[in-house]
Structure formats: structure tokens, C-alpha cells
Unconditional design. Structure first.
Length: 267
């Protein structure tokens, strides 16, 4: 074979978005949590079903029928589990990569800061949505779930998963060890999810405490998600949609800035 017949390799033109690299990063992150599906998917579902059994069989809800109570309760339980799973996906992935030292391999790839932020967050969103889908399937055996408006279910499921996925991503960049992740989860994520109106309506709170819901982004997510099932909500859905979108875009911008600056990522 002559030298002239050897094909000359040309540099790959990536364009505005490195779709191949972005897709590979998303695939890697999704395969990571699927390999340990018992821990990342099965365990949260079992815990949520146990929560459901405690509320339904271990407590009496004043007012309304048992069916009305379960119709109110189940969307909140699903949303909480989705949010916490999305948070743990990205936060654990970043911290583990930093502790193992292989975050350098990701930073050396031809991926922009925006593509890194999107790639990691999509994995958390997928994990959250997958958990929610499996929970809806499980609850359908126990509860006659009604779907009032699928658009709101899908929108707020995606928006809630994105919100906690991005928060987990920011936490993972900031954290130096898993103890830092647990601190954020204990003092921010868990209170925000449990005080999001998942187990009560805003009218049941004393008026002076209702601000805890109004300043909690997950309240709007939970209210909108439940509206998709029941057709009833505490807030106007236009406000909830806009608020959720604004918070998600703000968190995405913060994650982009951290990746762009290499905060706690580049030695």
C-alpha cells in the first residue's frame, strides 16, 4: 500500500454543541445508577410504600374519606421520592468522581461548562422520572389514581427532578466529602421536601407560618404535580409553572458558572 493511498484523518468538527460527547456523558451517568438499581431505584420505592402504609393504616385523617386522603397523599409521596433521588444522583456522582480522582478525565473532554452541567443534570432528571414512573405503577395496585391533566404531571415531574438534580450538582461541586452532601440533604433538602405541602394543604397551616410554603420552591412543584392528578391546587398554575422554570434556570446558570470557573474541580 502506497503512502498516498492511506486516508488522511481530519479533526472532528464539533459545532455549537458536542452532541456525541454530551450523549456519552449522559449515557455514562445513567448506566452508573442503573448498575446499582437495587440501591438507586428499588430501595426508595420500598421506603415510599412504607411511608404510605404508615399514613394510611397507622393514622386517621380528620375530615374527608379515606379515598380522598389517599388521592391527596400519593402525589406528594411520589414527588418527594423523585426529588430526593434526583438530588442524590448528581451529588453522589460528583463527590465520588472527586474522591476517586477521575473527575480530571471528564474535565479533559471537549465538553463545555454548559454541556457538563446539562449532561450531569439530565441523569438526575432521568433517575427522578424513572422512580416516579415506577412508583405510579406500584401505587396503581393500591390506589385508584386519577389523571386529571397529564401535562401538569409531566411538567412538574420534570421540573422538580431538574430542580433537585441541579441542586445536587451544585452540592457535589462544592462538597469535599460525603459528609457535606449529607449536611445539605439533612438541613435543606429533607426540610424542603417535607414542608412542601406533600402531607397538608396550605389552608391547614396557621397564617403566620404559610410563608414557609411561599418561599419553598418545592411547594409550587408539589402543588402543580398534585393538580395534575386531582385538579385541585393551592396556587394558580401559571404562577407555579413560571416559578419552577425560573428556579430551574437560575440553578442551571449557577451550575454553569461553577463548571466554567472550575470551582473545587481544577487543582
Amino acid at each position: 500500500m502506497s503512502v498516498s493511498s492511506v486516508p488522511v484523518l481530519q479533526p472532528r468538527k464539533l459545532g455549537p454543541v458536542n452532541w456525541l460527547g454530551l450523549g456519552t456523558l449522559i449515557q455514562k451517568e445513567i448506566e452508573r445508577f442503573l448498575k446499582i438499581y437495587v440501591q438507586t431505584l428499588v430501595a426508595p420505592i420500598v421506603s415510599t410504600l412504607l411511608f404510605y402504609s404508615v399514613f394510611v393504616f397507622g393514622a386517621r385523617q380528620p375530615g374527608g374519606t379515606a379515598e380522598e386522603f389517599t388521592q391527596f397523599l400519593v402525589p406528594g409521596l411520589i414527588l418527594i421520592t423523585m426529588a430526593q433521588n434526583a438530588f442524590m444522583d448528581t451529588s453522589a456522582s460528583l463527590v465520588l468522581s472527586k474522591l476517586q480522582g477521575n473527575i480530571v478525565d471528564i474535565l479533559m473532554t471537549p465538553l463545555s461548562a454548559f454541556e457538563l452541567a446539562v449532561g450531569y443534570s439530565v441523569s438526575g432528571i432521568v433517575r427522578g422520572l424513572l422512580t416516579g414512573t415506577l412508583l405510579i405503577g406500584c401505587f396503581s395496585f393500591f390506589v385508584d389514581l386519577k389523571f386529571y391533566d397529564v401535562f401538569y404531571i409531566l411538567y412538574f415531574a420534570a421540573a422538580g427532578s431538574a430542580m433537585l438534580s441541579l441542586l445536587g450538582l451544585i452540592t457535589g461541586i462544592w462538597a469535599d466529602k460525603f459528609d457535606h452532601v449529607v449536611t445539605i440533604q439533612t438541613f435543606i433538602v429533607t426540610p424542603a421536601t417535607f414542608l412542601s405541602g406533600a402531607f397538608y394543604t396550605i389552608d391547614s397551616l396557621p397564617e403566620k407560618w404559610r410563608f414557609l410554603c411561599y418561599v419553598n420552591p418545592l411547594f409550587y412543584i408539589t402543588d402543580g404535580f398534585r393538580y395534575g392528578f386531582t385538579g385541585q391546587g393551592d396556587m394558580a398554575m401559571e404562577i407555579a409553572i413560571a416559578f419552577a422554570l425560573a428556579v430551574d434556570l437560575g440553578l442551571l446558570g449557577a451550575a454553569y458558572c461553577l463548571f466554567d470557573k472550575g470551582y473545587k474541580l481544577k487543582a
